[in-house]
Design a protein around this ligand. Structure first.
Ligand SMILES: C[S@@+](CC[C@H](N)C(=O)[O-])C[C@H]1O[C@@H](n2cnc3c(N)ncnc32)[C@H](O)[C@@H]1O
Length: 242
């Protein structure tokens, strides 16, 4: 991730917009690598996650606003950096959101796409991908847009489709990086947490005709994945310029 610092160091006191900010997780990452900033704004459509983000980031120059990425209320060419992290696969109309982000970005500004992907993952990382996709299927039944994660190629195609110049592209959080750092009991803990979250989702579809099918899938995965193990999926960082 030092690569991000190297790229961002040319941006002096930038104005920053993070779309689909959630609890501001990616803003936390940016703060590690930006040497300065004028202001950072995180937008999201869910007020409950924004409330949590405001509790986490108590800083006058970091603001969280309820706003739809499909209709961003900022002027054309007003931001030095726009970012979107782990949100693309949650969007019913991703091109509209990306075009809005491009509109508010200044010429030569940085457009950062950070996203987990589904291919080129190790066996342990595929546990994460599989469980994440299952979560997506349950969300879909609950009318929440949550598609499968993209392949690396699909992610670069998405960026090229809106006519951005790719400056740097790299994957991080690889299996090799985690192998030296993650202990077996941490893998078990991460699996426990994923299964607990999925149990909660499953409860929400009780009474749906699909309930039995997903209960069986979840039980099968519980038997299988504790033997396989668990690493979090590698992510792709694509840094572009307008
Ligand atoms: C998985 S979270 C990602 C949070 C954060 N960016 C991260 O990297 O951890 C996806 C977020 O996108 C938000 N979202 C979905 N559709 C949106 C839209 N049209 N405009 C703004 N935010 C949206 C969701 O509410 C959710 O908080």
């Amino acid at each position: 991730m030092e690569r991000l610092r190297e790229i961002l160091k040319t941006s002096v006191r930038p104005t920053v917009l993070d779309v689909g900010t959630g609890q501001g997780f990616f803003i936390k990452t940016l703060l590690e690598y930006l040497s300065s900033y004028e202001f950072i704004i995180g937008i999201d459509t869910k007020e409950e996650v924004l409330a949590k983000a405001r509790e986490i980031h108590k800083n006058d120059r970091i603001k969280f606003i309820s706003m739809d990425g499909e209709n961003i209320h900022f002027e054309d060419n007003s931001m030095d950096i726009v970012c979107i992290s782990n949100t693309l696969h949650h969007l019913p109309n991703k091109k509209k959101v990306l075009m809005e982000m491009k509109r508010v970005l200044k010429t030569n500004g940085f457009f950062i796409v950070n996203e987990m992907f589904c291919d080129n993952q190790s066996q342990k990382q595929l546990s994460h991908v599989q469980l994440h996709h299952l979560q997506g299927e349950l969300d879909t039944l609950l009318d929440i847009c949550h598609n499968k994660t993209f392949t690396m190629q699909q992610l670069t195609d998405i960026v090229e489709d809106i006519d951005l110049k790719i400056e740097r592209i790299f994957e991080y959080n690889t299996s090799e990086e985690q192998a030296g750092e993650t202990k077996p009991d941490e893998e078990v803990q991460m699996l426990d947490e994923c299964f607990a979250a999925l149990e909660i989702k499953l409860e929400k579809i009780k009474g749906f005709p699909e309930y039995g099918k997903y209960e069986a899938i979840l039980n099968e995965l519980k038997k299988e994945l504790y033997n396989v193990g668990f690493f979090t999926a590698s992510e792709l960082m694509i840094v572009c310029k307008k």
